[in-house]
Design a protein around this ligand. Sequence first.
Ligand SMILES: *Cc1c(COP(=O)(O)O)cnc(C)c1O
Length: 401
Amino acid sequence: MDEHERREHLRTARPDTQAVRAGQRRGPEGEHAEALFLTSSYVFGSAEEAASRFAGEACGNVYSRYTNPTVRNFEERIAAMEGAEQAVATASGMAAMLTACMSWLSAGDHILCSRGVFGSTTVLLNRFIARFGVEVSYVAPTDYAGWQAALRPNTRMLFLETPSNPTIEIVDIARVAAISRAAGTILVVDNCFLTPVLQRPLDLGADVVMHSATKYIDGQGRVLGGVLCGSSALIEQAVAFMRSAGPSLSPFNAWVLLKGLETLRLRMDAHSASALALARWLQEQPGVIAVNHCGLESHPQHALALQQQRGFGGVMSFEVEGGQPAAWRFIDATRLLSITANLGDAKTTIVHPSTTTHGRLSEAERAEQGIRPGLLRVAVGLEDIEDLREDLVRGLAALRG
Ligand SMILES: *Cc1c(COP(=O)(O)O)cnc(C)c1O
């Protein structure tokens, strides 16, 4: 079978197979693993060929800000996994968000965003995108009447994250997608917490999936990356911005992320299983007031999570008795967990949201979003669960000071 036939055959393969094989074009060396093309530019066979490539009449690479074979391999693989026609990779998750705004919004448009999204997303919209004449407003993620009511005649884009951070609220993607479709807006879903192996927003009616590939797609805390996945019509506009503005993904990072995709399913299943087991256990511990994890039967949107997700993910949060001082003592008593706001790593992380990731919000805003002073967020990694449990026991023992 030649390379072309092999690639055609792969189109009908199942997601786990796509994750390992989609997008690869083997070169004349017959390499088994994906090749890493560390080259900024490409040479042409003749002056005429150079002219036709530059004119876009002949396909082929010109310059790695526009296209690079390793980056294209990553784009085709993640697009297959998300069920998208096309994807465009970017230097980071925030570069993907910037590319989305610059490609699909113009002065005079309005973007409606779910409240409590990733901190830098809020800063990008409020401090920078708003300066270019785009109106920005926020809505409680699960207030569907609120989404409808907040639409304006100039609303062009809806943006949401599910599960939300750090309170793990689940947004009904199909419901917001129906509102978006009726209004003729573009619904963008940040799928960073669950990845395509646990949630496929495009199947639920979203127009675009955005990722910080820095998190679970890499999964081992090595590189930054981002991606937008959607219809070719939308992604081509993003490609045009990306080529001119240059927030392109480095080929080396694309190669690391490609290898990350191959093990994503296994890692997400392991993250999810350990997080659920620890969440169940934490619920029973004295000093713990509440545990937020969508795999718990007690979670208010557990049924929705079962319906729209293939698994529950590795992130959970819980509130301890004694407010901020006790929460800090908990963190400082751990020996294994990494004290960092990062997530989606093989190494388990712990953070106190109200004084770090959500420290810029006012007290009233935090209260509104359920981010209480005793809340801790843990992104469960891949260590032995008994070592993690023992570390959490150290934290619990420190609650009383
Ligand atoms: C980390 C993160 C981002 C930003 O991604 P970077 O790769 O750090 O730029 C966006 N959204 C969510 C949900 C994130 O966790």
